[in-house]
Write a protein that binds this ligand. Structure first.
Ligand SMILES: CC(C)(COP(=O)(O)OP(=O)(O)OC[C@H]1O[C@@H](n2cnc3c(N)ncnc32)[C@H](O)[C@@H]1OP(=O)(O)O)[C@@H](O)C(=O)NCCC(=O)NCCS
Length: 162
């Protein structure tokens, strides 16, 4: 079951993200800083008792905040997708990703958002496979360093839902 996260869920999200991303680096500082930003939304997948199993975080940003009002484009970023280790490999990541893409496609129509982007560690082959299966493509030449490790940027077009 998926629900929108509330501010009271933020400590759980940070703790869960830090645990799920442990092999990828220390996320205890970056996760709260994302959650504080305007335009960042999060969803939690939970069991029948309400216990969280994983979360997804989506940000909507202006591509260039320096541009005059009305001229900057809104871009969507999948900031985080993290499932607690005990619940990985059971379809929860797929369900959360599908949910986030659905929301982004609904917003895309009214806000003119052409695509959704993400960054994934170069050695995180499992996550890359998940994103490829959901229409993301590697941005050629996009290999970058994200928190000290090589990361790929991926992008997927958003088909506006009218
Ligand atoms: C990657 C992740 C979000 C996938 O969620 P999940 O619920 O485990 O995945 P699902 O059961 O929906 O399976 C979908 C795909 O995810 C990938 N996957 C599954 N378990 C995984 C794991 N432990 N680590 C990495 N990828 C995994 C596989 O590609 C799988 O597809 P497959 O069955 O064809 O191999 C989750 O495993 C996770 O939180 N991993 C650690 C944090 C992370 O890597 N997040 C993404 C970084 S951008």
């Amino acid at each position: 079951m998926i629900r929108r996260a509330a501010v009271t869920d933020h400590p759980w999200i940070v703790e869960t993200g830090a645990e799920a991303y442990r092999d990828l680096g220390d996320y205890t500082a970056i996760l709260p800083s994302w959650l504080e930003q305007r335009g960042v939304l999060a969803w939690i997948d939970h069991d029948v008792s309400g216990r969280g199993r994983g979360f997804a975080m989506l940000g909507f940003y202006l591509d260039d905040p320096q541009k005059p009002p009305g001229q900057a484009k809104v871009v969507a970023d999948l900031l985080a997708l993290a499932i607690l280790p005990a619940h990985q490999g059971r379809g929860i990541g797929t369900a959360l990703l599908t949910h986030v893409l659905d929301v982004a496609e609904r917003v895309a129509y009214s806000s003119g958002i052409p695509s959704i982007r993400l960054s994934v560690a170069e050695n995180n082959i499992g996550a890359q496979r998940l994103y490829l299966r959901h229409g993301f493509q590697v941005v050629d030449g996009s290999t970058t360093y994200d928190k000290g490790q090589r990361a790929l940027r991926m992008v997927r077009a958003l088909t506006p839902v009218t």
